[in-house]
Ligand binder design. Sequence first.
Ligand code: 5AD
Ligand code: SF4
Length: 462
Amino acid sequence: METFIGNNEVIFEQLRQKLRSTGNKACVHSFGCQLNVSDGEKIKGVLRKIGYSFTDSYSDADLIMLNTCAVRENAEDKVFGIIGSIKHLKEINPDLIIGISGCMSAQEHIVEKIKKSYPQVDIVVGTSAITLLPKLLLECLDGKKFSADITEYDSFSENCEQVRESSFKASVPIMFGCNNFCTYCIVPYVRGRERSRNACDIINEVTNLVHNGYKEIMLLGQNVNSYGNDLQDGISFPELLIRLNSIEGDFIIRFMSSHPKDVSDELIDAMSECKKVEKHLHLPVQSGSNSILLAMNRRYTVEKYMGIINRLREKNPEFSVTTDIIVGFPNESDDDFEQTIKLLQNVRYDNVFSFIYSKRTGTKAAAIDDKISEEIKGKRMRHLLEVQCTIAGENYKRFQNKIIRVLVDGECHRKQGFLNGKSDEFIIVEFEGDKSLIGTFVNVRITKTMSRSLYGEIVRKG
Ligand code: 5AD
Ligand code: SF4
């Protein structure tokens, strides 16, 4: 087990004493991907240990932690907007502490910008907040005006407590960082190199979660297919799936994300054989043009990608496949974009998460002189969404009159008395039912299909 320097009892005790004379309600707001949300749950674990309780409201808080994302510029703009909008709260509560953590604040240029233009911010920490936050908080409570430390620690916290958002869905990071350096992506710069957790620790964590009633285990990593490559005697990701599948209990194992360059036949076999593993593969393709894939440093071709899809579908024709697409990578031509549309039509994804390319300072692609206008990028995006909507609408018809298993997520906001959940294929399903069913598996007979979701009726058991 690695040392967890955030678990410093001396600092914790000093903080507990100081907090007796100030307020101790914290609002931790995480943005972006599930890995960041998982970090936010661990930040809360550290804060709870120190003596904080939690609120969802900025105005009730004595400590606001914005746990940020840096993947696209709009995520950063949003956070700067919030930092501006909470400035006045310091006049109402002079003891209020504002902290920024996560991928966005792990960048030097952002730290400088905050220091220069946002004096209301007290603490800046990067992706190692779980380790560094107690030290910075103590400095701040001791009167220091601005405390920043964006050092990235290799170690991760096996014994860190976590305040989980859900009582039935749990994210379990299996590795941290990324070695791939896709030319558009900031992640390798803010989250460092790949570090895999020991399989035993992961298996123990999942066993405990299942024992405590968790029904969905989401395994997380930037590229789960390279899990274990950095460990001596490390087991592979397919082997990890097999071992987790053998844990007793009624639960579903999901995972994301997979890099196409590392998908093996063993993964496809494990997905077919392990009955607790979802019937779904999220396989980000990013573009359907080989020249753009090369410029993105993705290290696969469209042909290789199609080979994986075909192998998966030969074994499991009913599985769902989803992807991520970047529209408007620098100098993407009409022809490149057409090839992406063609790929969508060939693969026939159940869902596509599409993003307009966002220039990220420090990445290789940021240096490319982009000749394509924002207007063209917007037009391409709208076209892609239309094409995908038609494909999904057609695809979802395969579920008509079928009975599928759904994990009930919550109540439908739009329709009273209705619930929604996700099928094993990761498709949204809506149906009438009592809210006591939230967090359980139900079988639903599909009576209507649309392009974003399925509708049906619960089929009573027995
Ligand atoms: N611009 C737009 N989208 C991006 N993604 C990553 N970096 C960028 C960027 N600079 C998308 C990719 C990735 C998903 C998580 O976010 O599609 O798979
Ligand atoms: Fe970013 Fe590529 Fe790593 Fe995914 S695999 S986090 S897109 S660099």
